[in-house]
Design a protein around this ligand. Structure first.
Ligand code: BEZ
Ligand code: FE
Length: 270
């Protein structure tokens, strides 16, 4: 991944300042407004919400620009990592599962495969690092009622590149609204919601790693995501409900459950 070198920083710095100065002049930003912006930036820094606000406004553009070429090479479309990824999720034992026994919410079996973008060949032992909200729409590191890493885990695909993970259907959620990000969005009259989604980082020996998100058809928030442009049609799958007694008995659950499927494609590194 390219990061900022001193020479590139020099180029970006000059043009960035020029663009912002032009913006200030065009909109006749006053000293009073400027002081208000400084106060907001200071509060944003103190609150630790800077990555959240930046991701809401700019994350999709940067992700699209950086990784669109992988999609043109036949790889699965990438999607922004977002501010809620945590390093160090545990490698889960088989049979694969996220959440506690009796995790509240609708049981979901997420299955699929990881394949070579060029040949379609399965990528044996591909690694999936998955994170999502629980059924209450809360990430575990924010929700005091969930254990650490409750809805996060690493999973290894089998020899045929296949995986199946028992989890719960994530819920649409409101990003944190009590800090400066929430206040800014409220002032703009923008509902601070994201549709339900599951984040995945995928990797395989000899393949370009991919970070993406899966969305679900018929979610009313899909076209109103506060992270505008994040939900892509090609990353949207379907939740199938299973309520027949024989299906319920076969899966060893005690009530109707859902399945969803997605086949990922990784681009060879060479
Ligand atoms: C998320 O995917 O969880 C997320 C992404 C950008 C901003 C806020 C949340
Ligand atoms: Fe998320």
């Amino acid at each position: 991944m390219r990061t900022l070198t001193a020479s590139r920083l020099n180029v970006l710095y000059d043009e960035f300042l020029d663009t912002v100065r032009q913006f200030i002049i065009r909109h006749k930003i006053t000293e009073g407004e400027y002081q208000q912006i400084l106060g907001f930036v200071a509060e944003l820094g103190q609150s630790g919400e800077a990555p959240l606000l930046m991701d809401v406004f700019l994350g999709v553009t940067v992700d699209d620009l950086t990784y669109e070429h992988l999609n043109r090479l036949g790889g699965t479309r990438s999607n922004l990592v977002g501010p809620f990824y945590l390093e160090g999720a545990p490698l889960r034992p088989r049979p694969y599962r996220l959440g506690r026994d009796n995790e509240p919410g609708d049981t979901l079996y997420l299955s699929g495969s990881v394949r070579d973008a060029k040949t379609g060949a399965p990528i044996a032992s591909a690694l999936l690092d998955v994170w999502q909200t629980a059924g209450n729409g809360q990430y575990d590191h924010i929700d005091p009622d969930q254990p650490d890493f409750n809805m996060r885990g690493k999973f290894v695909a089998d020899g045929e590149g296949r995986f199946e993970i028992r989890t719960v259907v994530p819920e649409a959620y409101q990003i944190p609204v009590n800090g400066p990000t929430g206040r800014m969005l409220a002032a703009l009259d923008k509902p601070a919601w994201r549709p339900k989604h599951i984040h995945v980082k995928l990797s395989g020996d000899g393949y370009v790693p991919l970070t993406t998100q899966l969305y679900f058809e018929d979610d009313p928030w899909l076209d109103k995501d506060i992270v505008a442009g994040a939900p892509k049609p090609e990353l949207t799958t379907r939740l199938e409900k299973h309520d027949r007694p024989d299906e319920i008995a076969e899966k060893d659950v005690d009530r109707p459950f859902y399945t969803a499927r997605y086949d990922f494609r990784l681009v060879p590194a060479s």
